[in-house]
Design a protein around this ligand. Structure first.
Ligand code: BTN
Length: 319
């Protein structure tokens, strides 16, 4: 961590308190001149640090800017790679690039904005600057997990993070769209990267797009469907850094225990389509029925109007 990052971390941990230059110097084992330089740099970067002669420094307000050092400090299981970009095409594409360049390990990539955010089934994922969390997590696929279970676990991780940090109660539309107040606030795109020499999937990329604050200029085609954790009227109390760290920590635990399927009951509790009438298409045929349960592989078990049973494993359902 650089001096600037250490100073920032200390001030964030003591947000709202006046910290003397001497305390910073002692606690961080850095000279007072270096502390002063770091504070100046942070102020020019937009951090509102009040400096009072003879008293010290006060971080009055933490701007909602994605911060690599903050994130790193909050992650329980430290990643091998952590990148925060201002703008990229797609964080999933950046992650794929890393993996195909033979990166093996755990990676976390985030961006303030995506110009080519990708959704499932070839759709676009609208990713305007500074209102959402766009991140891709790279997991080494040691246990040869199936992408379906990772996706299911990721949906639970996002819900649990929101529940822990806010008083909101998000729900899941099978398979991994997260809704709040009837609008989609999060989508997940999980992709496996095949090693062409061995034919195995060596890394799994979990791309998560979470709308935290309400965007101001939503394109018309998305207006009636897109929601966000916080509405225009609400001020966001939780920063995107905090949401990111909590989601990653939650998913890390589930990923390590994927075999035990512990996340499935949490998924079932939040999956609002159970008991409802659903429609889905397979090949040329459209089926209608009642969603009855989620099986142990995360498939949606549907009792069709014909009385037959079918389990949906891929694609999408309409309700
Ligand atoms: C969907 O709703 O269909 C899935 C959306 C997934 C969006 C995320 S944002 C971060 C990552 N990068 C992408 O290009 N897509 C995923």
């Amino acid at each position: 961590m650089t001096t600037k990052e250490k100073v920032l971390m200390y001030l964030i941990e003591h947000k709202g308190e006046v910290i003397s230059g001497q305390e910073l110097a002692d606690k961080l084992a850095i000279s007072r001149t270096s502390i002063w330089k770091a504070i100046k740099t942070l102020q020019t970067e937009g951090y509102q640090i009040e400096a009072t002669t003879n008293k010290g420094y006060l971080l009055a307000h933490e701007p909602d800017v994605l911060s690599k050092s903050f994130l790193y400090s909050q992650l329980t299981d430290k990643p091998d790679v952590l990148e925060v970009h201002k703008q990229v095409g797609s964080t999933n594409d950046e992650a794929k690039k890393l993996v195909t360049e033979r990166f093996v390990g755990k990676g976390v990539l985030l961006a303030e904005e995506q110009t080519n955010g990708r959704g499932r089934l070839g759709r676009q994922f609208y990713s305007p600057t500074q209102t959402g969390l766009y991140m891709s997590l790279i997991y080494p696929n040691k246990q040869q997990a199936n992408a379906g279970s990772v996706t299911t676990a990721a949906a639970v991780a996002v819900c649990k993070a929101i529940e822990k940090l806010t008083d909101k109660k998000p729900v899941i539309k099978w398979v991994n769209d997260i809704f709040l107040e009837g609008r989609k606030i999060c989508g997940i795109l999980t992709e496996g990267v095949i090693n062409f020499e061995t034919g195995t999937i060596d890394s799994i990329i979990v791309g998560i797009g979470l709308n935290v604050k309400a965007a101001s200029m939503i394109p018309e085609e998305f207006q009636s469907i897109i929601g966000s954790i916080y509405t225009h009227e609400e001020t966001s109390k939780v920063t995107r850094n905090q949401f990111a760290a909590e989601i990653i920590n939650q998913l890390d635990i589930m990923y390590q225990n994927l075999d035990h399927n512990n996340y499935l009951d949490d998924y079932r509790e939040r999956c609002f389509v159970l008991g409802r009438s659903v429609t889905f298409t397979e090949g040329q045929t459209t089926y209608k029925g009642i969603a009855k349960s989620i099986d142990d592989e995360g498939g949606l078990v549907v009792k069709l109007e014909s009385g037959e049973w079918k389990t949906v494993r891929f694609g999408e359902i309409s309700i």
